[in-house]
Every structure is written in structure tokens, then in C-alpha cells.
Design a protein around this ligand. Structure first.
Ligand SMILES: *Cc1c(COP(=O)(O)O)cnc(C)c1O
Length: 419
């Protein structure tokens, strides 16, 4: 496979962009080799600067559940752009997107649009503190909630991939406001509430984790979390930036039947453009400025192009429930081909091949993976035109555009892996 152009671009990029990339996991640091500079995407396939084509299992890390350049989304953006790309004033479409989100996500009664998942979790946390008058946050090891200072403690995604502490540059005072607990441990959660109950503003969780690879909540874990938060007056924040509109139209909360107080959304709701949101109980959301005293703002928030993309996306998903079955069936077919000795974990259309023989229920389990063998597997697939996540600790994403030919190519590539 010729990668000359990507190599040249990466050399140039490293002169002017830290590590040559604008987000760490893109750099292939944990798997080695040259990141592919991408030129175009269509459906489930992407093409790099050297003209190599791959079946894409990143799908922009989640947003593209309908595949690249999905025509109704592309058309909506084109139309919005021609009418002015930003106003800094309200538009009718923002109201429509807010209504669509509230209609789909069971616990969301009011919603505020922001520009990234990080902004959504940061704002939700501030709101929880403002509402409760408390300071502490509980999070879980291996969960990633964006690069918010206090939430980088024991974080997943790139923080886990690069094995960095996650707190360089974060004042110790901020880090001390976070209690990090093992995912799936009800006992640890009970103990934390016993010790700090009256000081905990919020518990934030990925209800199904994608950011240490795909890890599912064990029966009773989310239920206990809901009960403890209610009992101690803490808000429960479901970070559904990844799982929202991915696991179902109503996200993980719909599947597990749990009603969080606040929910953060991102990725899919922008259809591949930068948009995210936080929302939830109306009595809590009314504390956000200008109706309340918790300040949060944004020059480009509710950007017309991003909102148009989001509406086109959510409209298609609401009208085509078959998208979820189709994407999950393709994911299931790929998972069935996993090599021996690998633990496969899947939730709908997101999955991870963990190179460990134990089932992965927490970061402690995930950390037992053979990341070198994963790297070899990743490069084998890449050479065979299949683009998996360049890190053991990320989920792979399947779209409704992953057709039979793509799945067959993937299965053949996986089956020819010799470790
Ligand atoms: C991607 C992600 C974020 C961060 O979103 P950005 O748009 O990258 O800032 C937060 N939480 C979860 C669960 C995510 O998957």
C-alpha cells in the first residue's frame, strides 16, 4: 500500500501542529505507523491522500451512523449555507432541533445547544453544581467526558491510550473535586455516598461505555446509581454524547429504562458537523442563563449549518427505525469473525475486540489487554483496506451504510489475521 503522500503531509503537519494532529488518537501513537490523511468519504468508505480506500469503522468516532456524505444531510447543509452561515440570533430551526431532541430522549424536557461534547459535559457539571450548591463530582475510571479539567481524572479515550496522567495542567484543587470509582462497582458508589453524600453535586457516567472500548453496565449498576443519587440529592448525568441516537433513538436511557436528571448529547445530533447539547429536567434547566443564574453562552451555538445537519439526521432516524437494526446486524456479522482468544463486546452498532481473555467490565479489566497484539491486528486490517480504531481503548462504529460487500471484505481481512 502506497502511503507516500500521507507521510509527506504528516511530516509537514508535525512542524506546525502538535503531534501533527488536532486530536490525539488520530496520530496512531499507540499502534505506530503513519496516520492516513483522508481526502473523502462516501457511505461506509473513506479514501486517503494516496488514493487508498478503506471500509471505515470509525465513522468520525460515532457521528456518522448514516455513513459519510449522507445525501439528505449534505443537501440540508448546502441549503443552510446559502442562507447565511451564522447570525448570533435565534432561528426557527434551533427550536425544531430542540423539539426533536426532547421528543426522542425520554428524560430531556429542555435542552441547550452547544458546539462540542466537552462543552456539553462542562456546562452540565456547572449546572449541577449551581443547582445543588455542592462541589464534588463522581465519575468512573475509563469513562471519557471530553477534556474538561476536572473530568480528565482517570479518563478513557486518548488519555488512556497514551497512558498519561490526565491531570498535567489541571490544578490539584480541580482534580480534588472529582471522585473516580471503578465502573460497575455498586459497592464503591455506596461507599462514596456514605463518606461524601452531602457534598456530591453529580454523578456523571457513560451509561454504556465506548471510551475504554465497549463496556456494558452490569445488571443493577445504573439502577443503584439512580437510587443513590435520588436519596442523597445529587444529580445523575448520563453522558450520552456517544450513545445518544446510536443505541436507539432515545439512547441508552431508553434501553435501560433509567431517567437521568441531565443528559449530554453530541456526535450524532450534528450529523458530522460541530454541535452538542445538554438537557434534562425543566426545573434544573431553568437555572441556565438567561432564565437562571448559571452562566453559559456561545458565539456559534445553534449554528445554522450544524442545526440543519442535525435536523436532517434526526428526522431520518425518527422515520427509519430500520437504521438501527441494519447497523447492528452488520456489526454482529463483523463480531462473529473475531479471532480466537479475543473478547468481543458489542452494544448495537458499537463494539470492541478486546485482546484479553477476560470479560471487560471495568478499566482494570481493559488494562489487561495485549495492546501490541491489537496494534498488529489494526495494521493487518489497515493493509487490507479496513480502518479500525487506532487504539485498543476505543469502540468501533458501524453505520447503516455498511453494505454486504463491506462486511464481507472486513470478515475476510479479520480471518486472514495471524498473530
Ligand atoms: C466524544 C465524547 C465526548 C467529547 O465530545 P467532543 O465533541 O469530542 O468534545 C464526551 N463524552 C463522551 C461520552 C464522548 O464519547
Amino acid at each position: 500500500m502506497n502511503t507516500k503522500r500521507s507521510e509527506e503531509l504528516f511530516a509537514r503537519a508535525q512542524q506546525r501542529i502538535p503531534g501533527g494532529v488536532n486530536s490525539p488518537v488520530r496520530a496512531f501513537r499507540s499502534v505506530g505507523g503513519t496516520p492516513r490523511f483522508l481526502r473523502r468519504g462516501s457511505g461506509c468508505r473513506i479514501t486517503d491522500a494516496d488514493g487508498n480506500t478503506y471500509v471505515d469503522y470509525i465513522c468520525s468516532w460515532g457521528p456518522l451512523i448514516l455513513g459519510h456524505a449522507f445525501p439528505p444531510v449534505a443537501e440540508a447543509v448546502r441549503e443552510a449555507l446559502e442562507n447565511g452561515s451564522s447570525f448570533g440570533a435565534p432561528t426557527e430551526r434551533e427550536v425544531e432541533l430542540a423539539e426533536r431532541i426532547c421528543a426522542a430522549v425520554p428524560s430531556v424536557e429542555m435542552v441547550r445547544l452547544v458546539n462540542s461534547g466537552t462543552e456539553a459535559t462542562m456546562s452540565a457539571l456547572r449546572l449541577a453544581r449551581g443547582f445543588t450548591g455542592r462541589t464534588l463530582t463522581v465519575k468512573f475510571e475509563g469513562c471519557y467526558h471530553g477534556h474538561v479539567d476536572s473530568l480528565l481524572v482517570k479518563a478513557g479515550s486518548g488519555v488512556a491510550t497514551l497512558g498519561i496522567s490526565g491531570t498535567a495542567g489541571v490544578p490539584e484543587e480541580f482534580a480534588r473535586t472529582t471522585i473516580a470509582l471503578p465502573y460497575n462497582s455498586v459497592e464503591a458508589l455506596e461507599a462514596a455516598f456514605q463518606r461524601h453524600g452531602g457534598e456530591i453535586a453529580a454523578v456523571i457516567v457513560e451509561p454504556v461505555v465506548g471510551n475504554m472500548g465497549c463496556v456494558l453496565p452490569q445488571p443493577g449498576f445504573l439502577e443503584a446509581m439512580r437510587e443513590l443519587c435520588t436519596r442523597h440529592g445529587a444529580l445523575l448525568i448520563f453522558d450520552e454524547v456517544m450513545t445518544g441516537f446510536r443505541l436507539s433513538l432515545g439512547g441508552a436511557q431508553q434501553i435501560y429504562g433509567i431517567r437521568p436528571d441531565l443528559t449530554t448529547l453530541g456526535k450524532i445530533i450534528g450529523g458530522g458537523l460541530p454541535i452538542a447539547a445538554y438537557g434534562g429536567r425543566a426545573d434544573v434547566m431553568r437555572h441556565v442563563a438567561p432564565s437562571g443564574g448559571v452562566y453559559q453562552a456561545g458565539t456559534l451555538s445553534g449554528n445554522p449549518c450544524a442545526v440543519a445537519a442535525g435536523i436532517a439526521m434526526l428526522k431520518h432516524l425518527a422515520e427509519h427505525s430500520g437504521v438501527y437494526e441494519r447497523a447492528a446486524a452488520a456489526a454482529e456479522a463483523v463480531c462473529a469473525a473475531a479471532p480466537a482468544g479475543v473478547t468481543v463486546q458489542r452494544a448495537g452498532s458499537m463494539f470492541t475486540f478486546f485482546f484479553t481473555d477476560r470479560s471487560v467490565n471495568s478499566w482494570e479489566d481493559a488494562a489487561t489487554c495485549d495492546t501490541q497484539r491489537y496494534a498488529a491486528f489494526f495494521h493487518h486490517l489497515l493493509e487490507n483496506g479496513v480502518y479500525f480504531p487506532p487504539s485498543q481503548f476505543e469502540a468501533a462504529f458501524v453505520s447503516a451504510a455498511h453494505d454486504d460487500a463491506a462486511v464481507e471484505q472486513t470478515v475476510a481481512a479479520i480471518r486472514s489475521f495471524r498473530s
